[in-house]
Structures are given as C-alpha cells and as structure tokens.
Design a protein around this ligand. Structure first.
Ligand SMILES: [Zn+2]
Length: 108
C-alpha cells in the first residue's frame, strides 16, 4: 500500500465514521476474478468488513480515491444501493474539494 492511499484511507475512514478501523488493501490478479460469463480476467474492486473493526478492500488495479470512498461507503452503509453509493461518492468528493478550496482561500 502506498503512503498516498494509506493517508486517503485514514482520511475517509474518519469522515465516514469508521475511525479506529484497520483497512487493508489486498491486490488480486484478474486471473482470480471471473465475469458474469464465468471467464477470468475481469477487473474488480470490492470492500468487505472482516471483523467488527477491520476492513479489506480487494482490487485488481491501482486504487483511486473514488474507489476508497465508494468501498468504504458500502461497508459503512450496507443498506445503500449501488446507485446511492455512486451519487454519495460524487457528493463527498465535491464537498471535500470545496472545503479544500475554501481553506486555501482563507489562508491568503
Ligand atoms: Zn459499488
């Protein structure tokens, strides 16, 4: 796990009320993933709560910040639909960017 991703995981765990959770990223090969036709080589990113306070994110590719937000949302709010998670991911990213710009403007 790169430092960048570790930092993002820490940040988003806190924002989403998952602080205190240990999150591990497990890189898997596309050869271990089958698509709906049963053929291997598909890409996958998926998060799973392993114990009360630990989470694993499986991925076949380099994680982006959106993936982190998306998968942590699934873990935190298992009742949310895929569509809700997607739109919530977008809003959270926009809100974060606005905060950042706001903070930056205040400093000058
Ligand atoms: Zn999803």
């Amino acid at each position: 796990m790169t430092n960048g991703i570790a930092r993002k995981l820490g940040y988003w765990c806190e924002v989403l009320g998952l602080d205190g959770h240990r999150v591990e990223v497990e890189v898997i090969s596309p050869n271990q993933v089958t698509d709906e036709k049963g053929e291997t080589g598909a890409h996958l990113v998926g998060g799973r709560r392993i114990t009360e306070d630990s989470i694993v994110i499986f991925t076949t590719r380099r994680l982006r910040e959106d993936d982190v937000v998306h998968e942590l949302l699934h873990v935190r709010f298992p009742e949310m639909s895929e569509g809700e998670v997607r739109s919530e991911t977008r809003s959270l990213r926009i809100a974060r960017d606005l905060n950042f710009i706001g903070g930056f403007a205040k400093e000058r």
